[in-house]
Each structure stands twice: as C-alpha cells, then as structure tokens.
Design a binder for this molecule. Sequence first.
Ligand code: AMP
Length: 409
Amino acid sequence: MTFTTFSFDQRINASVEACGYQAPTPIQSQTIPLILQGHDVMGLAQTGTGKTAAFALPILQRLLAKRSAGNAPSVLVLAPTRELAQQINENFTAFARRTGIRSSVVMGGVGMKPQIKAFKSSQVIVACPGRLVGLMAQNAVNLSAIDTLVLDEADRMLDMGFMPDIKRILAQLPAKRQNLLFSATMPNSIRVFAERILSDPKTVRINTAKPVTSIEHAFYNTCNSEKNALLENLIKNTEHQSMLIFTRTKHKAKSLARRLSQNGHNATFLQGNMSQRQRENALNGFRSGRFSIMVATDIAARGIDCDRISHVINYDMPDTVEAYTHRTGRTGRAGRSGKAISLVTRDDAAQLRAIQRTMNISVKPQSVQIPVEERDRNERKAPRPRRKPVNRSAANKGRTPARRGPRAA
Ligand code: AMP
C-alpha cells in the first residue's frame, strides 16, 4: 500500500514525500480511511507507530476540502505535555506546508498573548488542557467553530488528572463534531471516557498489549546502593547512540545527570520543574546529538520523538505496566531497533512480574558482578542521620506511617 491509495490532495502527498514516508504504517492504513469518511475513531496504538500522521493527514485533507477559512480554528488537538503538543504542531506544520493551513500550539511556560492571537489566524490548535482552560477563563479564545476534536495519549491525560479541564473544554465545543481518541493503553477509565465522548466510533487496535517487536528487553538485578555502579558499567559496555534514562523523581533526574556529566558523559536532564527554555534546550540538545544521554522523569519525557534513542534505561522501575510501555516506546520507533534495560531491585519484584506477564516478555533478569572498586567509586554517600534527642512518643503523635511519596515529574 502507498499513500496514493488515500487520494490526498497533491500538496499533502508532496509533504508526505518530503517527510520521507514511503508506505503508511498499520495505524495509518486503517485509521486514515475512517477519518476521511467522517467517523469518530478510537485508535489504540503504542507510541512511535505513526499515530500523529494517522490523524493529521486526513484532518488536513478534510480542511482543504471544505476550505471556508473563518477567523476561528476548526480543529482542536489536546495533548498531555508541552513536548508532545509541540511535536504534534511541528508535524501539522510540516504536512500543511504547501496548503496555507496554519497550526499553532497553546501550552504553558510561554507568553499567552501570541497564543491568543494565534486563535484568530490558525485553523488547527494543538493545546495542553491546562493552558487552554486558562485562556478560556479570560474569555480570550473562541472555540465555537471546532468541528474536529483529537484527544491524543488520552490515557496519559487521565493519569495526569486533566479530566476536569477536559470536561470544561468539552462544554465549550459545538456538540456536532468528529471525535478522534488515541490511547496507547485501554484501562477501564478510558473505556468509560470514550463511551461518553465518541459517537458510534470505529475502533482500530494495533497490538496494544504486546511489546513492539523492534524493542529488545533486558532486566538487571540490583539494589539501590549499587544502581550507579551498574548504570556506569552498562553505559561503558553498551554500544549506544543515545540513551534515555528514567528516574522516579525530579531531584534524581537532575542529580543523576550531574553525576554522569562528572563521570565524563554528555548528559542532560528533563523534568517538570524546568523553565520552558531549559526544557527546549535539553530536548533540542538531545535530539541533535549534543547530549548522548538524557535523564528524565515520566511526565517530561512523554511523547519525545527522537530517532536517535537506541536505549531506554529504567534506572527506577515505572509504577505501572502502561508507564513501562510508554517509556520503552521511546526507542525502536518507526521500524528501527532499540533496547530497553531495567534495573530491578527486590522491591520491584511484583512490578516486574506484572510487566512481564502483561507484555508477554519471558526474559529472565540477569546479574552483573560489579568490580569492588567500581562499586565503591559510584556508591552514593548516604546522608549522616542527625543525632538530635527526641521525645519519641510526642514526635510520633498524630503521624501516619511512612510511605513512598508520590512520583513527581
Ligand atoms: P508518531 O507515532 O506519530 O510519534 O511517529 C513516530 C515516528 O514515525 C516519527 O518520527 C514519524 O515521523 C515517523 N513516521 C510516521 N509515519 C511514518 C511512515 N509512514 N513512514 C515512516 N516513518 C513514519
């Protein structure tokens, strides 16, 4: 099958060719005809399968066909993170280059004024829910002409607590519209959400629960005090192009990137506490190859599309099977091969079983003997406990038992 099957406008075909796409991916070949026919679509596919073009190309085709450009956008795409929103907007802009259709991004971390202006000149708005609701609260945007809504990475948007914002946005949209919902996973919450939003949808499912075959999975037994030494050892002994390393906390992402830089690696980090400019610098540096390693938290790394990522390393195991799917989906993209490596401690045993069972991965965790001097060099110095006399019964009054804190990003 080729893209000519879809009978796209020749300007769209030319853009697709300029992007170097020769044949549609499975999600594209199944979804594009349905969107062109005007159906609501539920697309279940992992990241890296070509989802963006699967909705962007037919949306542009439909826009060209009706082409009565008013002064309000008619397509709204909602995405969970700034990085993903920017990426989708870049894709729309590239595909629409020859058509005169404009796409703009609406997200936090940058000024509001240009975004408000963009609403008057763009047909497509790609937005993060939080910023869009902020603009709506100021009565600064007009959503009355939206006739196509895309919810990308819907599972992640719900995980991130965007449901109230999404409800506020939906309340402002015209009832008659085409709805497209994409999700890498299908938890019950998405099923319920989809039932509410989609009208008589067609479902396209591309191997959701199975690992992408282009990704090789490996697991290494370790303990917290040996993780740094093991990581160093793996980096040293693995031929890699670019590595994306995931940590549980923002603080760890930063401190680990610093440690790796001190050890002579070109490392940067990406987490939610950084300014927009810092995030872009890190991401652009990683994409261009200036940094060969990026340490990131889950939220910040969501949606990153970087061809160069040959390895994803879970320095800390993810909380859920879905998160494992998303993280490891950063490598092995668009038919390339990649490797996912996870450092597994005793505390992660149950999580590892859940991941292996759900994703049908039968690889056994392996152990690496780290030379003593390497271990000592990398061992984290634990802060010395403060020796302050306390009245224990008074100090413990009203306290809840210690538990793992939430995983910030
Ligand atoms: P996505 O899942 O939309 O993030 O796309 C993942 C990667 O696949 C991106 O780098 C796209 O540019 C690339 N891609 C999308 N569709 C195709 C295609 N038909 N042929 C080759 N690469 C593609």
